[in-house]
Write a protein that binds this ligand. Structure first.
Ligand code: G6P
Length: 610
């Protein structure tokens, strides 16, 4: 959730490096932030509630030159998001500073024993306990030694950075469950939660594994375990560039990412379609070919938007391959007693690859004998590394907190998986070729829908003042309705519900009157005739109807107050197209209501706490 960044190296304007890094990490949490650097053997620090811009303002005019420092942007778990609880946290003598992403689960027990020894705490956070614990072990020995001793006593998750005013040329980073990436410069090191924060300075990175730490000075670094065993590290080259993490002329990251979808969908399919045989090739799954052939059941795990993608994947895979697919919220799966029989494979679907519930659910499935694969965007993320194998969706960095391009790439990859599984079973080569042809139309069709942005904005203007919305769809478009409602909730703070259209009459129909906008996802698929009946039911109760359908559906045009057209394609691919107008509706309503589109309140992009 939170974002951390640290620097050790040359004497420079370290304040700027850290603030710029924090801005790139702000999507991870944005309720408070802080910075600490070492100057003349002393810690100089500042922190504040609110956004990074507020911290930047407070730092104006302060000399932030130095060669060692850490900074943090917070998404509160323990303790209100105020200035006191903001990171960094310090020991009583203020010789140590620490930033933390994660949760120390046994902090109350540790706190009691530290209090009994005379430590006093000034914050409500779990993190402050950790810095005091390090202080307890820091008695003339090296900082890394004290950090190791402290971490051995800690239960929970952490990505931490620690500095000491007494060792002004050294930074320690450690991880367990929360990501830590080390950027290698020339005579300088950047350590952060995410490569986006350090990409401006270097592309050479090392991803720390759980229970590992890095000890870096300007001249050197070592990676060791918490038990102080030396660890061989692998330096990797990041293939993102700076442009990919900038807004590129768009007002918001979300709008940019919505508009990137023709390209990202193309990237998700690139090199994976075999025209001659009508097959899909997912190189990352090659090592699991036997399991894929023998599979008897598939379990798809995810959270939030990724869970919606999984639901669509169920429709796609069952339809094309006839393999039963179970979709489960990762947070539920991990705490019940799930049945994993022989022949079950599991896919963890996650944009970030760091969502703690999805990761834990995947581990649980693995423990119970399932082969676990990832469908992930962020290269080198924990799910990508811990899964037996997997498929990258190649959507590029997604910065807007509300997921858009990752969603369409996830369902594109699930479509490829459906084709792959289908071809191993009951789909002919000719049918496979027909699917490939249809999939290849998607990028241009998405671009066509994006060209109706102004009309969609016009519809958003009419409804931006409403407080409740209903989204209805059938079949694979029912999860699209869920996703449309989620987008609106996330960024506009409006109440919106997604429902299977036919279920409306078992409850939500009671809500319908002339003030209720109802968004129908009703392309001309095999459920089309049925959904017409549901549209009539809303119409009869004077609900306002916004329909997403194909050109030429005159029955819908006559009944609806507004129609948004999407191009024709195969039924099972409509979700990729139908969600685009819903993303745009949510975006424009949020902008019209003055909401912070890229950083909606209370949310974070990557949820690394339970
Ligand atoms: C958070 C984000 C959502 C995202 C969900 C799952 O709630 O705000 O946009 O869908 O996490 O994230 P993941 O990275 O696992 O796809």
């Amino acid at each position: 959730m939170c974002g951390i960044i640290g620097y050790v190296g040359k004497n420079c304007d370290i304040g700027q490096i850290l603030i710029e890094g924090l801005k790139r990490l702000e999507y991870r949490g944005y309720d408070s932030s802080g910075i600490a650097i070492v100057q003349d053997g002393q810690l100089v620090w500042e922190k504040t509630s609110g956004k990074i811009a507020k911290l930047e303002k407070r730092l104006r005019g302060i000399d932030l030159a130095g060669s060692l420092g850490i900074a943090h942007t917070r998404w509160a778990t323990h303790g209100e998001p105020n200035r006191v609880n903001a990171h960094p946290h310090f020991d009583s003598a203020q010789r140590l500073a620490l930033v933390h992403n994660g949760i120390i689960e046994n902090y109350l027990t540790l706190k009691k024993s530290l209090e009994a020894e005379g430590h006093t705490f000034i914050t409500e956070t779990d993190t402050e306990v950790l810095v005091h614990l390090i202080d307890r072990f820091y008695k003339g020995n090296a900082l890394e030694d004290a950090v190791q001793q402290a971490l051995k006593m800690v239960e929970g998750t952490y990505g931490i950075l620690v500095i000491s005013a007494e060792e002004p040329g050294k930074i320690i980073g450690a991880r367990n469950g929360s990501p830590v990436v080390v950027g290698i410069g020339e005579g300088e090191y950047f350590i952060a939660s995410d490569v986006a924060a350090i990409l401006k300075h270097t592309r050479q990175v090392i991803y720390l594994e759980d229970h590992q730490m890095i000890v870096a000075t300007p001249d050197n670094f070592t990676t060791v375990t918490i038990e102080n065993e030396y660890v061989e590290h692998i330096v990797q080259e990041v293939d993102w560039d700076l442009e990919m993490i900038e807004k590129g002329g768009f007002r918001h990251f979300m709008l940019k990412e919505i508009h990137e979808q023709p390209e990202t969908i193309r990237n998700a399919m690139r090199g994976r379609l075999i025209h001659d045989t009508g097959d899909a090739k997912l190189g990352g799954l090659a090592m699991a070919e036997k399991e894929l052939r023998d599979v008897r059941r598939i379990v798809l795990l995810g959270c939030g938007t990724s869970w919606h993608a999984a639901l669509i994947g169920k429709y796609m895979i069952e339809d094309k391959s006839r393999i039963p697919v179970e979709v489960e919220y990762a947070s539920e799966f991990r705490y019940r007693n799930p049945v994993i029989e022989n022949g079950t494979i599991c896919f963890a679907i996650s944009q970030s690859g760091e969502t703690v519930d999805t990761l834990a659910a995947m581990r649980e499935a693995g423990k119970r004998g399932a082969k676990c694969m990832g469908i992930v965007n962020v290269v080198g993320s924990t799910i990508a590394r811990e899964s037996h194998c997997g498929v990258y969706i190649h959507a590029g960095p997604e910065i807007g907190v509300a997921s858009t391009k990752a969603f369409t790439s996830q369902i594109t990859v699930l479509g490829l998986l459906a084709l792959l599984q289908g071809r191993m079973r009951n789909i002919s080569s000719a049918e496979g070729q027909r699917i490939i042809e249809a999939m290849e139309k998607l990028p241009d069709q998405v671009a066509e829908i994006l060209r109706t942005n102004d009309e969609i904005k016009g519809i958003a203007e009419k409804y931006a003042h409403h407080n409740n919305f209903l989204y209805l769809g059938r079949g694979a478009n029912y999860p699209v309705a869920l996703e449309g409602a989620l987008k609106l909730k996330e960024i506009s703070y409006l109440h919106a519900e997604g429902y299977p259209a036919a279920e409306m009459k078992h409850g939500p129909i009671a809500l319908i009157d002339e003030n209720m906008p109802v968004v129908f996802i009703c392309p001309k698929d095999n459920a089309y005739k049925k959904i017409l009946g549901n549209i009539s039911e809303v119409k009869a109760r004077k609900g306002k109807i916004i329909a997403i359908t194909n050109e030429g559906n005159n029955e819908v045009v006559e009944m609806a107050d507004h129609v948004i057209y999407i191009p024709r394609n195969l039924d099972f691919l409509y979700p990729v197209l139908a969600v685009i107008p819903l993303q745009l509706i949510a975006y424009h309503i949020a902008v019209l209501r003055g909401c912070n589109v890229d950083q909606p309140r209370n949310l974070a992009k990557s949820v690394t706490v339970e």
